[in-house]
Design a protein around this ligand. Structure first.
Ligand code: ATP
Ligand code: MG
Length: 386
């Protein structure tokens, strides 16, 4: 009787001819993530299994697997030979003593002489004989004994299914560049897009010395938490100070944030092109603040020439975004009180519905904006976050 962890994958089942690509990417990702623990990974048909690990590493392995996109659920299981006596004695051994239960059988091995229903009934009877205080409840049992007969003569027996991140394996949908601030929303946006299979690069704008080294550290910490889900992240840190000072010096104060956002989007698109990212991702949510009205999004989006911009939080309430941030573990870091570059030189009344013509005029007021942007791109510091 071997202790194992059974891995099930979700949506990949729906894939047709390129299913092999999705599966091999998932396997590669799982192996890479598990490389920090001593264990054995094996592939069965539509199941993966982790075995040969020390008891003390079990929770670590579960914690890693819960964060691998493409995995739907996992179970702590025991693996036995597909033999009726062995299966029966194991089910009896793993059952609780009292309460209600049911047996659920999945029979991928069609050579086994009983059907799934017959085997469930048989095992249920044997469990009841051994534990007379138990009773059967097929609809809402206290626990379920799952019996999974695989094609290769092995059977997995387990009680609990632990839900995992789901989604598609990282790297199967190309690469995206997330505009990562130190706030609550952009890490959630990053998670949501990474979940659909995007490999992630990140870009952060800081205004050192107006913003502190701690603020930059906070963004690196957020990227590290996200890397726990989407693998290594290359974080491009842009020195935004000079551009911000020039905007402050030359532009209408009420357009300060709008113009800053325009410059950020332009720089982000340039970086996306050089780093092979096919889309931009940001944490905007419609109407959340002045810079996220339809008119504001229109003018900042207009600085992007030919790269799709994804805003997965656009239709979410702040409460829903916070709920996700808590679930993925970024919330506590996001609310640390370090300033973001957008809060530097904050005007008293930022424009809510910027006029596109005025935006162009304001941008034109900044002498040598192109050169400033080139310089900002050239002086980017790239940090590998793992
Ligand atoms: P967040 O919680 O993600 O900071 P927010 O509610 O504070 O969002 P804004 O400050 O308006 O919203 O920013 C909107 C989006 O612009 C952010 O979600 C992020 O994608 C991007 N952004 C803002 N500031 C920065 C920054 N300093 N570096 C990189 N991206 C940024
Ligand atoms: Mg912010």
């Amino acid at each position: 009787m071997d202790k194992v962890i059974v891995i099930r994958y979700g949506e990949i089942h729906l894939k047709g001819r390129n299913r092999g690509f999705f599966e091999s990417t998932l396997v590669k990702n799982i192996k890479r993530r598990l490389s920090v623990v001593e264990c054995k990974f094996s592939q069965l048909r539509s199941r993966y299994v982790v075995s040969d690990y020390a008891d003390c590493d079990e929770s670590k392995i579960i914690d890693i697997l819960k964060r691998v996109f493409g995995i739907h659920s996992i179970s702590k299981a025991v693996c036995v030979e597909t033999d009726i006596n062995t299966i029966t004695s194991t089910c009896v051994l793993l059952s609780r003593d009292f309460g209600t239960f049911k047996v659920e059988t999945n029979r991928a091995d069609k050579r086994f002489p009983m059907t799934s229903v017959e085997l469930s009934k048989y095992l249920g009877g044997k469990i009841l004989e051994a534990h007379p205080k138990l009773s059967v409840d097929l609809f809402s049992p206290d626990f379920t004994v799952n019996v999974d007969l695989r094609e290769d003569g092995k059977t997995f027996i387990y009680s609990e299914k632990i839900p995992c991140a789901g989604g598609m394996p990282t790297g199967t949908a190309g690469k995206g560049l997330v505009l990562l601030s130190g706030g609550i929303d952009s890490p959630v946006a990053c998670y949501m897009m990474a979940k659909r299979g995007l490999k992630i690069d990140a870009i952060h704008f800081h205004s050192y010395p107006y913003t502190s080294a701690m603020a930059k550290q906070k963004v690196e910490d957020l990227a590290r938490i996200l890397a726990g889900y989407c693998g290594n992240i290359m974080l491009s840190c842009v020195r935004f100070t000079k551009i911000q000072e020039e905007i402050h010096r030359c532009c209408d104060p009420s357009y300060m944030i709008t113009i800053m956002r325009c410059c950020m989007m332009r720089i982000a698109e340039t970086v996306a092109k050089t780093r092979g990212c096919g889309c931009l991702i940001n944490g905007e949510s419609l109407g959340q603040v002045a810079s996220q009205t339809l008119e504001s999004i229109y003018v900042t989006n207009a600085r992007v020439v030919d790269t799709p911009v994804f805003r997965p939080c656009i239709g979410m309430d702040k409460e829903e975004i916070i709920e996700t941030a808590r679930k993925i573990g970024t919330f506590d870091t996001s609310i640390l009180p370090y300033e973001d570059c957008c809060t530097v030189f904050l005007p008293d009344s930022p424009v809510i519905r910027p006029n596109p013509v005025k935006v162009s005029e304001e941008l034109a007021k900044i002498p040598d904006l192109d050169a400033l942007i080139d310089e900002a791109v050239r002086s980017i510091e790239v940090v590998k976050i793992s």
